[in-house]
Design a protein around this ligand. Structure first.
Ligand SMILES: *Cc1c(COP(=O)(O)O)cnc(C)c1O
Length: 389
């Protein structure tokens, strides 16, 4: 409670919303079209164009909804298995679980938090139907290795890009490397629509299919109906659409995205430099010439002996007005639902457990300036040095 109530001069995340977004909302409300309108189309086209000229995209209610729709499109269900990283948001697994299929969890690499390709290969069985990956905290996964494994067995690869807007491998945007990418516009992510998500990829038929599934399985969308109100239903679908108010925010946020990206890069670089002298921590790996980091945040992993002191460290930083977060509070297979259902031991997934329990996510968002980064690093350094024994 104390952590949440402390005033934060340097919050972990805060959406950057301006006059343009406010005016765009008023414009939507002044009209009568709140769903199925031109804004969601324009947002989809603008988002796809940013990913690459060959991309198509369809907006959805959230990243979770988008992942669910992808598995529905793939026909995945009871008796099937889908590879899921252990070190991710629970949504990556829930989207599989909700179809009746079984998520088969795979541990992460120690230095990146991304799925370990060797462990991935070892987890594949005759029931595997798809492979999902998450670009953890914005660092692209070793996609060469993942795609080799997937192509050899003809498995589709689903990229959870909730933290990866701006990430790329060899200049190819995250989301276009595998078979489909799913993005999140939750408030503290790279850009926001309040709630919202996007399914994007090179496979236009897949995107078209997801578009149908997000709208009840209608055979034609509102604008395509010759006689108003007359349609057929050709698939089992849901109502997972994004509305016009959300899309209107998204259009304005797209205009800000280059600036957001530049600020994140600048802040992450400054924070990495400033953290160099901080004792008893390791900073998770940076991108390289091939893997462009999306810089969602910067996570430091406390040395094993310091790990149990994490709550105190976080609380002391909060007391200094510095917001931090934890990504994620535990490996997904260790969450009660999955642990009980699949009888998973806490000794499984040791690397994901180490990062989950020992890491602190530090802010680098565009709501912060470079001098804040030096303040964050100095505060962490002081707190660690001054911890009572
Ligand atoms: C936030 C997040 C999600 C969920 O996104 P929503 O848009 O809130 O559904 C999924 N996967 C990852 C990796 C996330 O960080």
């Amino acid at each position: 409670m104390a952590i949440q109530n402390a005033p934060q001069r340097i919050p972990f995340g805060r959406p950057v919303i301006g006059e343009e977004e406010r005016q765009a909302e008023l414009d939507v409300l002044a009209g009568s079209q709140l769903v199925h309108g031109p804004r969601s189309k324009a947002f989809e086209q603008g988002f796809a164009a940013r990913l690459g000229p060959e991309a198509a995209a369809t907006s959805v209610a959230s990243c979770t909804a988008g992942l669910h729709l992808v598995y529905m499109h793939l026909g995945i269900g009871t008796g099937d298995e889908v590879i899921v990283p252990a070190q991710t948001h629970v949504a990556t697994a829930h989207a599989v679980e909700i179809t009746g299929a079984r998520p088969v969890f795979v541990d992460c690499e120690r230095t990146t938090g991304n799925i370990d390709p060797d462990a991935l290969a070892a987890a594949i069985t005759s029931r595997t139907r798809a492979i999902s990956v998450v670009h953890y905290l914005g660092l692209p996964v070793a996609m060469d290795a993942v795609m080799d494994i997937a192509r050899a067995r003809n498995h589709p690869v689903i990229e959870d890009c909730a933290l990866a807007i701006g990430g790329a491998v060899d200049g190819v945007a995250c989301g276009l490397i595998g078979d489909v990418g799913v993005f999140s516009f939750y408030p503290v992510k790279h850009m926001t629509t309040a709630e919202g998500g996007m399914v994007a990829g090179r496979d236009h038929d897949l995107i078209r299919s997801v578009e149908r599934l997000k709208a009840f399985g209608y055979d034609r969308m509102l604008g395509e109906r010759k006689v108003p109100g007359v349609y057929d239903v050709v698939a089992l679908g849901l109502n997972y659409r994004m509305n016009e108010l959300e899309a209107a925010i998204g259009i304005e946020q797209l205009r800000r995205l280059d600036g957001f990206d530049a600020a994140r890069r600048r802040n992450a670089a400054a924070l990495r430099t400033a953290l160099a002298g901080v004792p008893r921590i390791t900073v998770l790996a940076d991108g390289d010439a091939r893997h462009r980091h999306a810089n969602y945040c910067l996570a430091v992993v406390l040395d094993d002996d310091l790990g149990p002191r994490r709550p105190e460290i976080i609380e002391r930083m909060a007391g200094m007005g510095i917001g931090t977060s934890v990504y994620y509070p535990g490996p997904v297979p260790h969450m009660t639902y999955y642990r009980q259902k699949y009888g998973i031991s806490l000794s499984n997934f040791p690397e994901a457990r180490r990062i989950s329990l020992n890491s602190i996510a530090l802010p680098v968002g565009p709501h912060l300036a470079e001098h804040h980064m030096r303040e964050v690093a100095a505060a962490l350094s002081d707190v660690i040095r001054e911890l009572p024994a």
